[in-house]
Design a protein around this ligand. Structure first.
Ligand code: CO8
Length: 259
């Protein structure tokens, strides 16, 4: 496994846990960390079938983009920095495996946006989510205005972004920003449990389902439905479809081979 300065990587049972680690700044994302994340995502081992993203320490998932790095940027540099972060997060969104954010504390600004790029978010009771950017004279720049609206709806997204108010885990759960909240010491076990539950299913089918959900969201209904039909058809080209249906009909457990 490659060595990184700001990323800790652990693989167990085909589930990879990526821990962002810059404790002195509460795991704030500077361009070095983003470059490492980019490299990690580009070279992710094919044997990895689910990814969990979390932050080092008990206090913070990611406390945002690094304010000290952004402070002196001009418009062009700001756009470039934002676009780079957004590209890295998009890689997470379209990764062909499920990605779970295990949010263990502050998920502010770019940290909240990182969680939004993941497929599923679970949080510890001490998690705090917010988009405080307007208080710094900027707007969410790692696709927060786009994804927060999709996940919690325009009303909550506008309130969170206009006010910059951080919300606690229970409110995040209520508005659908996270799927579940756990005591901090149970968070990572629960994330692994969720990943392993997904891994019991046919990997290609899970991948196609992710692609459908992502792609269809922005399409008109007719195109979205046609896209799903095509992907549905492609499932019948896989050995795992035969294995899954044969296992059901013969009342046995399915063994999927990812083919
Ligand atoms: N950037 C840089 N340093 C940070 C950041 C950050 N986002 N967050 C925390 N730190 C540093 C602090 O400066 C401090 O450093 P030091 O010890 O050297 O003084 C250290 O981490 C510990 O932080 P605190 O002492 O402040 O810890 P507290 O427990 O008192 O407070 C908070 C924790 C509430 C998380 C507080 O640190 C805070 O408000 N942080 C900033 C949160 C924030 O505003 N995040 C959004 C940043 S903007 C952003 O993410 C935009 C994304 C899109 C970018 C587009 C690019 C153009």
């Amino acid at each position: 496994m490659k060595g990184y300065n700001y990323l800790k990587i652990n693989v167990c049972d085909s589930v990879c846990t990526l821990t962002i680690s810059a404790p002195k700044s509460l795991n704030a994302l500077n361009s070095n960390i983003l470059k490492e994340m980019d490299d990690f995502l580009t070279n992710l081992d094919e044997g990895v079938r689910a990814l969990i993203i979390t932050g080092d320490g008990e206090k913070s998932f990611v406390a945002g983009a690094d304010i000290s790095e952004m402070q002196s940027l001009n418009a062009e540099e700001g756009e470039r920095f934002g676009a780079f972060g957004a590209r890295v997060f998009r890689k997470i969104e379209v990764l062909p495996i499920p990605v779970i954010a295990a949010v263990n504390g502050f998920a502010l600004g770019g940290g909240c946006e990182l969680a939004l790029a993941c497929d599923i978010r679970i949080a510890s009771t001490n998690a705090k989510f917010g988009q405080p950017e307007v208080g710094l004279g900027i707007i969410p720049g790692f696709s927060g205005t786009y994804r927060l609206t999709k996940i919690v709806g325009m009303g909550y997204a506008k309130e969170m972004i206009y006010t910059g108010r951080a919300i606690k885990a229970d409110e995040a759960l209520r508005i659908g920003l996270v799927n579940a909240v756990y005591e901090p010491e149970r968070l990572m076990d629960k994330a692994a449990e969720l990943a392993l539950r997904i891994l019991r299913n046919a990997p290609i089918a899970v991948r196609y389902a992710k692609e459908c959900i992502n792609e269809e969201y922005d399409l008109p209904a007719e195109e979205a439905i046609a896209f799903e039909s095509r992907m549905f058809g492609k499932c019948f080209d896989t050995k795992d479809q035969k294995a899954g249906m044969t296992a059901f009909l013969t009342k046995q457990e399915a063994h999927f081979t990812n083919e």
